[in-house]
Design a protein around this ligand. Structure first.
Ligand code: CU
Length: 362
């Protein structure tokens, strides 16, 4: 309501100013003065342009500095330092170009406003000028793009053999993580045709590597070790966003996207750095994926050491152990191995095999 009243007030003041100006002109005309209202308007507009330019630039820099902390989060990954540098170099170049172009543009409207007797100078072309404004931006943009491409290739390139591989799955409207078990450190195959209410990953139980895979509703990461995220979506486009790690990658149905990184600060490190004992990393979905999009928040915990991380891994229960009835889907010759690897007690086999599979395939 208040803003409406203020807007109406501003409109009223402008209308009054306009009326006063018009009356002044008409009085001049009656007194036999020449009508120079066009020139006066040009002058007013020219000065208003300058006011607008100075005001906007001041507001732009003021806002950027005052709110700097709210858009510059502490960086917690190795590649994040590189992408931050790229971001700030790009920002510096574009801000310099933006300020120069704004000043020149507004200054021209001011300096070259209509003046009686003045005529614009015409020239058809200027080779030197054209070469400069083509070559300089082309070189700058090429440098930016190539350095960006190098960083991108590194982030999305193949991970080293001992990298921690974690699968992240987006669906309307939650995230789940699938970890390779401690026994083989390899994610098992999956097949979307095998997805049902319990087998939400579509785990292919004919693959030995799937027996010790486990599900987590928190993303646990080790500090100082290469991590490769394998990302997929079950329904629509989602996007993994871990702002402190400068990590953002789309989750696309029907394919895996990947992102490779090394976390350099554990949750404890960040609590110390930010002075906030309740600090927690967070992962969000950054693709508007439907009306529950806002709720796609995923807790993230970075362990201080690889040993801590492995301890956490070891404390998790294999998906197959939590859903023992799926042992019936394991090929007969692999059942023993599946029970050992997933930790299902040997003496429960008969009961499991006798129990009806609660969920039928889609
Ligand atoms: Cu989403």
């Amino acid at each position: 309501m208040m803003s409406l009243i203020i807007s109406l007030g501003v409109v009223l003041v402008l209308a009054i100013l306009y009326m006063v100006f018009r009356i002044g002109n008409l009085v001049g005309l009656v007194k036999g003065k020449k009508d120079d209202s066009a020139t006066s308007w040009n002058n007013i507009n020219a000065y208003l342009m300058m006011v607008f330019m100075i005001g906007s630039l001041v507001l732009f820099f003021w806002y950027s500095f005052v709110h700097f902390d709210s858009y510059d989060l502490p960086v917690a990954s190795e590649h994040g330092v590189i992408t931050d540098n790229l971001f700030w170099i790009t920002m510096l170049i574009t801000v310099i170009a933006f300020v120069i172009i704004s000043i020149v543009m507004f200054w021209f409207t001011f300096a070259y406003r209509y003046k009686e007797g003045r005529k614009a100078e015409f020239f058809s072309d200027h080779h030197q000028l054209e070469i400069i404004w083509t070559v300089v931006p082309a070189v700058v943009l090429a440098l930016l793009i190539f350095s960006g491409l190098r960083a991108w290739n590194d982030i999305t390139g193949p991970a080293s053999k001992d990298a921690v591989v974690i699968e992240l799955i987006g669906q309307q409207f939650l995230w789940t993580a699938r970890y390779p078990g401690v026994k083989d450190s390899q994610l098992g195959n999956h097949n979307y045709k095998m997805i049902d209410a319990s087998n939400e990953f579509g785990l292919d139980l004919s693959d030995k590597n799937s027996f010790d895979d486990f599900k987590s509703l928190e993303l646990h990461l080790p500090k100082g070790k290469e991590i490769q995220l394998k990302i997929r979506a079950k329904d629509v486009l989602h996007s993994v966003f871990l702002p402190h790690f400068r990590l953002k990658m789309d989750a696309v149905p029907g394919m895996h996207t990947t992102f490779k990184f090394v976390a350099t600060k554990s949750t404890a490190d960040m609590r110390e750095e930010t002075g906030n004992p309740n600090f927690n990393y967070e992962m969000a979905c950054t693709e508007i994926c439907g009306k529950g999009h806002f709720s796609m928040k995923f807790p993230v915990f970075v362990h201080d050491t690889v040993e801590d991380y492995e301890k956490w891994m070891a404390s998790q229960e294999a998906w197959l152990k939590q859903n023992p009835e799926y042992l019936q889907r394991v090929p007969v010759e692999l059942r023993e191995a599946a029970m050992i690897k997933s930790g299902i007690p040997a003496d429960s086999k008969e009961a499991i095999m006798a129990s009806p599979v609660t969920v039928t395939l889609n």
